[in-house]
Ligand binder design. Structure first.
Ligand code: NAP
Length: 270
């Protein structure tokens, strides 16, 4: 198994992308630390807890470490990395996945909400990278994947009959501004960190999915037609490839949906 003996840390591992990515890395042999806030189901919230993801990983014979963490709390993010290293023996692979959206258009976004989304989506990624790097250096290198979004560069046209356009208008304002700003910054974080850390044999890449059917979006927007949405399992496979030695030549790359399909075609044709 390609990740046997490796330790992975995945944020937002209670459900959605993060849960699938954690399972995929474990399936390929990694022990996995699982960070998120939810340790028991809360009525009305999307399903999934880090304890449940841990049970699924342990059933595969891997070690799983639930690390309850609120990524809005900078000290907690730092502690999350050190707990992972002390309990599982190091950090080789980091998936900065967790994220949140905001409510209201730019004229309605409070300073509190603006700072919150920056903390959860962006600053947590920076802090996790900074704290994980010494552990990766100690083990001769590592791989990091950051969660971006196609909304870093655009937003759905509100006049578009696609229900996603209505969703964005209803939830975050048509511009999805605060969210998009964090995702654009994550791309710049990715290319900068990739340049900084190449000397340490640490690669940093970013994935930029389009609309994807996850527990979060299913809970908040149950009635939308998701027939043409992407599958988080496909992206989990892409993350595993990006973290593997088959992607040794990929550093500082932003993987969009078209690139995802190319990677999957090669991977599944092996
Ligand atoms: P999801 O099903 O709602 O999962 C979100 C995850 O993030 C959960 O595990 C949640 O855990 C965690 N999280 C949120 N706020 C947190 C906080 N303050 N502290 C710790 N963990 C926190 O959503 P998803 O669709 O999988 O989204 C995951 C990532 O993919 C996000 O960065 C999102 O921007 C990105 N993305 C999603 C789509 C899409 O269409 N679904 C497209 C492009 C990019 P707890 O609630 O347990 O804390």
């Amino acid at each position: 198994m390609e990740f046997a003996g490796k330790v992975a840390l995945v944020t937002g591992a209670s459900r959605g992308f993060g849960m699938r990515i954690a399972l995929e890395l474990a399936r390929r042999g990694a022990d996995v630390a699982l960070a998120a806030r939810t340790i028991e189901e809360v009525p009305g919230n999307p399903p999934g807890t880090i304890l449940e993801t841990a049970r699924l990983i342990e059933a595969m014979g891997r070690r799983a470490l639930p690390v309850q963490t609120d990524l809005a709390d900078h000290e907690a993010v730092i502690a999350m990395v050190h707990t992972t290293a002390s309990e599982l023996g190091g950090v080789d692979l980091l998936m900065n996945n967790a994220g949140m959206g905001t409510l209201g258009d730019v004229s309605e976004t409070s300073t509190f909400d603006w700072n919150m989304i920056l903390a959860v989506n962006l600053t947590s990624q920076f802090l996790a990278i900074r704290e994980a790097v010494p552990y990766m250096r100690a083990r001769g290198g590592g791989a990091i994947v950051n969660m971006g979004s196609y909304l870093a560069h655009t937003y759905p046209d509100p006049a578009d009959p696609d229900p996603v356009a209505a969703l964005s208008t209803e939830a975050s304002g048509p511009g999805i501004t605060a969210y998009g700003v964090t995702k654009a910054a994550i791309e710049r974080l990715t290319i900068g960190a990739a340049a900084d850390l190449a000397k340490d044999n640490i690669r940093v890449n970013c994935i930029a999915p389009r609309w994807t059917e996850t527990e979060g979006l299913n809970t908040w927007f149950p009635s939308l037609d998701k027939t043409h949405w992407e599958r988080p399992e496909d992206w989990a496979e892409v993350v595993a490839v990006l973290m593997s030695s088959r992607a040794d030549n990929l550093n500082g790359c932003i993987i969009d949906s078209a690139e995802k399909e190319r990677i999957l075609a090669v991977e599944r044709g092996r």
